[in-house]
Write a protein that binds this ligand. Structure first.
Ligand SMILES: NC(=O)c1ccc[n+]([C@@H]2O[C@H](COP(=O)([O-])OP(=O)(O)OC[C@H]3O[C@@H](n4cnc5c(N)ncnc54)[C@H](O)[C@@H]3O)[C@@H](O)[C@H]2O)c1
Length: 253
């Protein structure tokens, strides 16, 4: 069966790898991203994908994105992935503006995606919601204050979502990457307009990886996409409300 799969923030990095994987499996892929430039580049590499400019902080835009992705057949898989990184900002560096921007995209944006996906999936009694979290949801040293709060919030929201949607046969899970090679620093720097020095934190310190990451390397976007593909597959039909780390063992240390 060809599935209809919607992915936010798939103009780059992990989302792009996920979109490629579903498109290669023959699924109908719908990509939303705030960057027109990255959307155009994505369309050039995945010509079968449908692209939409989307700001996840705007509920009406998210609704329109979900309705397009559902079409008349219904939405099978929804992946909340669009995220902004706060460059390891501490409590003193986290201004009210920075907090609101990070929480707005990484947590409120995910709530918008979960609400729209649930509304579209409940009548059909099928669907998979996958939220891309982070090792920062459980490890304080991984990222900044607002980013860590947003990623921990995603985990709580997903557990509650699993309770609400389980009776309808819809699963909801978090995939939590560790250090993953993407352009998140550059892209987030653009979005935050030079508010912070983006080149900080453990992701920017390969010398710390030997100590913190048992695999002794960063991961790839394809390694994260593989776990998302599994959670969207029939093989994961009894997995819900879970946080699955794809972090080379970092969360085990
Ligand atoms: N790269 C890592 O090391 C890492 C580690 C853990 C978790 N993550 C998470 O993985 C997800 C993807 O990150 P990535 O590394 O691929 O980053 P990325 O910057 O390569 O991709 C993120 C995409 O989200 C888009 N985006 C940002 N704000 C948006 C908005 N308001 N509306 C719509 N789109 C928006 C960006 O334009 C970008 O294309 C994020 O949720 C991030 O927090 C990344």
């Amino acid at each position: 069966m060809v599935r209809r799969v919607a992915i936010t923030g798939a103009g780059s990095g992990i989302g792009l790898a996920v979109a490629r994987a579903f498109a290669a499996a023959g699924d109908e892929v719908f990509i939303g991203d705030i960057s027109e430039e990255r959307l155009e580049a994505t369309k050039a590499t995945i010509p079968t994908a449908t692209i939409s400019r989307l700001d996840v902080t705007d509920f009406d835009q998210m609704s329109a994105f979900g309705v397009t992705a559902a079409g008349t057949q219904g939405l099978d898989v929804f992946i909340n992935n669009a995220g902004v990184f706060d460059a390891y900002a501490s409590i003193t560096e986290t201004t009210v503006d920075l907090w609101q921007r990070i929480i707005g995209v990484n947590l409120t944006g995910y709530f918008h995606g979960c609400k729209v996906a649930a509304q579209l999936m409940l009548p059909n009694k099928r669907g998979r919601i996958i939220n891309v979290g982070s090792v920062a949801g459980q490890r304080g040293a991984a990222d900044g204050l607002s980013y860590s709060a947003s990623k921990a919030g995603i985990e709580g929201m997903t557990r509650r979502l699993a309770i609400d949607l389980g009776p309808a046969g819809i699963t909801a899970n978090v995939v939590a990457p560790g250090v993953t090679a993407t352009d998140i620093r550059k892209n987030s720097g653009e979005q935050l307009g030079g508010m912070l020095d983006m080149n900080r934190g453990i992701g920017a310190s390969p010398e710390l990886w030997d100590f913190l990451i048992p695999a002794r390397r960063g991961g790839t976007a394809d390694e994260v996409a593989a776990v998302i593909e599994f959670l969207a597959s029939e093989k994961a039909s009894y997995v819900t409300g879970q946080v699955i780390h794809v972090d080379g063992g970092w969360s085990a240390t």
